[in-house]
Design a binder for this molecule. Structure first.
Ligand code: GCU
Length: 615
């Protein structure tokens, strides 16, 4: 009760001070230059959260006078030789940002809990009418953020960007930015307690300080309405503006220069039909530099224009049927110590391996990957399936869990809405059919459609053995009525029998919609060779692929698949010593970056498919 009253009192105080504790997502801050805060940060590991809670478990930043000696976010030094201060960022070890902490220090590999990060930076001072924001690319999982000892706010969710306005708390000279990062898993969280991937903790993506004019370009959206009419329409959102503010949109290569005025809510609309527009496609990933300006503010980014829709059991890209030659990817890089992808170079390498496989599509599993990944996919001509971590047994009836999932979905779509490469938003993976689950996911679907009507919706569903039959697999899920693409994971030959079973199995997918296999595959320890019947050998995995591909070719309405997975990845659920050693070994490339035999099997299959198709 006492805490509740203190919280209400603090929220009033913060509101009075014009601060908001809730993080925002202002997409176009990504496009504004700023002061990078990447690099070495001081870090204090705090498994008992003693810098956050006092010994009575009262939250220190809710106290009117938090202890200088123990409240880490104050970042103080003893004022005199006698003063007791029980932490010191200056003498603490460092952690690199962006990056997970698990692969930076051996003792942190399995660490799940709280870690305090501190960065000091110099700031000249806020110019007249200027607003200054702190932008985080992502922090896994919960971030409590403080500037100069004062709380900026909290963000929950490990894979999407967030910002805080720092204008009022910044001071000229040296500033102290402290972030408490907590990656403890929880039943009501998204994802929940159990995942087949490593729960990497940390400030995993870039951090920057961005100064903008009072009225600045906060968001924009441009999309091709139809591949025949070739009309591009969209809008620009100017933060802080009312009606009448002038906004310019320019695409020099198309000789397009347009101007519009904002309405009462700072929104300016555009619609134009450029001559000679080259559409974006995997074969021709054409991007146009788009320049948006308003007042003193300018942003620029490369955007591709294409359409995607379904027609019966087909997916049409720019009006033509497309077959998705895909692969699943986790946001983890095998080399240089492993861990989360924390540079464009590592993202590029993963996508180049997919290209080498003759892929034109990737499923970024099971959460939004970093911006570099989706922007590189635009550039390299790789279509993308992007997903929110609504994975396995989420707490379906918990309202907090739903709003968390909806925020992650909203932030994902707002971040990447202008990426031509993204053609599918995925709502979930392998979630057990129940009324509560389907209600949860239909709300998410409605939300996704309200945010973006230009892309397809899907989810990785499950197949089941048809009751009373032998070797008949069926996909029957109320969610399939809600999404555009009926996608499901199948592991015939790995979790379900042996590879020979592929030849016996038939499929029933009773929907007049495109069918897609979002996962299949099996494990192999790279370098382990033997008979094809010996599990964990490269020969077994290759044989599984050789038997699976013809089985899938027989599926009516099949529009593609993304085998599980491009690269072996860390998973706490994979202890088999000498084989897995903490890695899921279903990769076509090992955790040392070495290709397995099955890589060539799929590569060859896709080469032939590519020859057959248009895209
Ligand atoms: C599941 C799941 C993956 C997992 C894979 C596996 O289908 O979606 O996250 O890693 O199967 O078991 O290897």
């Amino acid at each position: 009760m006492k805490n509740k009253l203190l919280l209400i009192w603090l929220v009033c105080l913060v509101a009075f001070a014009g601060l908001s504790l809730r993080a925002e997502n202002i997409p176009d801050l990504f496009l504004h230059d700023g002061l990078s805060l990447n690099g070495e940060w001081k870090s204090i590991i705090d498994p008992y959260e003693s810098g956050f809670y006092d010994y009575r478990r009262d939250q220190r930043d809710l106290e009117s006078n938090p202890s200088r000696a123990e409240a880490f976010f104050l970042d103080v030094k003893p004022a005199n030789p006698g003063e007791r201060v029980e932490y010191d960022f200056d003498t603490a070890p460092t952690l690199n940002v962006p990056g997970d902490w698990n692969t930076q220090r051996p003792e942190l590999l399995y660490y799940e809990g709280s870690m305090w990060y501190r960065k000091q930076f110099d700031f000249a001072g806020t110019g007249k009418g200027q607003r200054v924001y702190l932008r985080f690319g992502a922090v896994n999982y919960r971030a409590d953020v403080y500037l100069n000892g004062k709380k900026l706010g909290v963000h929950v969710g490990g894979f999407t960007p967030f910002t805080f306005e720092a204008t009022k708390l910044l001071k000229p000279g040296t500033n102290s930015l402290v972030v408490k990062v907590d990656n403890q898993r929880a039943k009501e969280a998204v994802p929940t307690l159990n995942t087949d991937w490593w729960n990497y903790g940390g400030i995993t993506r870039e951090v920057k300080l961005v100064a903008v004019p009072e009225h600045f370009i906060a968001d924009h959206r441009l999309a091709l309405e139809s591949e025949t009419a070739r009309t591009i329409s969209g809008w620009v959102q100017i933060a802080g503006a009312g009606a009448g503010q002038s906004v310019q949109l320019e695409i020099p290569e198309l000789h397009e220069k347009l101007s519009a005025r904002t309405d009462d809510s700072g929104h300016a609309k555009f619609s134009f039909t450029p001559a000679k527009l080259q559409l974006w496609s995997p074969d021709m990933p054409k991007l146009y530099d788009v320049i948006i300006s308003s007042g003193d503010d300018v942003v620029q980014e490369p955007i591709g224009f294409r359409t995607v829709r379904t027609q019966g059991k087909e997916i049409l890209l720019n009006g033509k049927p497309v077959f998705l030659r895909g692969i699943c990817i986790h946001e983890e890089f095998p080399l240089h110590g492993g861990g989360r992808v924390n540079s464009p170079e590592k993202a590029r390498q993963l996508l180049l391996w997919a290209k080498e496989l003759n892929c034109n599509f990737v499923r970024l599993a099971h959460y939004p990957h970093n911006e570099a990944m989706t922007r590189l996919a635009d550039e390299l001509g790789i279509m993308v399936w992007s997903e929110v971590p609504v994975y396995w047994t989420i707490d379906w009836t918990n309202a907090e869990t739903y709003s968390n999932a909806q925020s992650q979905l909203t932030d994902e779509i707002q971040r990447d809405a202008n990426r031509a490469s993204i053609i599918i938003w995925s709502l979930a993976n392998e979630t057990p059919v129940s009324e509560a689950r389907t209600a949860f996911l239909s709300r998410l679907a409605a939300r996704a459609r309200s945010l973006d009507a230009t892309r397809l919706l899907s989810a990785a569903m499950e197949k089941h053995a048809k009751p009373g039959t032998k070797n008949v697999n069926i996909v029957q899920d109320p969610l399939a009525d809600i999404v555009d693409v009926v996608a499901f994971n199948e592991y015939v030959g790995w979790y379900d029998g042996l590879p020979d079973k592929c030849g016996k199995v038939t499929w029933e997918i009773p929907y007049n919609k495109p069918a897609f296999i979002s996962e299949f595959g099996g494990g192999a320890k790279q370098g382990l060779h033997g008979d094809k019947d010996q599990r964990w050998t490269e020969e077994f995995q290759a044989d599984l692929y050789r038997q699976t591909l013809p089985m899938l070719d027989k599926i009516d309405g099949l529009v593609g698949f993304t085998p599980w997975i491009l690269v072996d990845f860390r998973s706490p659920r994979r202890p088999l010593a000498g084989i897995q050693d903490g890695f899921n070994r279903k990769g076509l490339i090992s955790s040392e970056g070495v290709k397995k035999e099955a890589f060539t099997v799929l590569q060859e299959y896709y080469r032939k498919r590519a020859q057959l198709s248009e895209h």
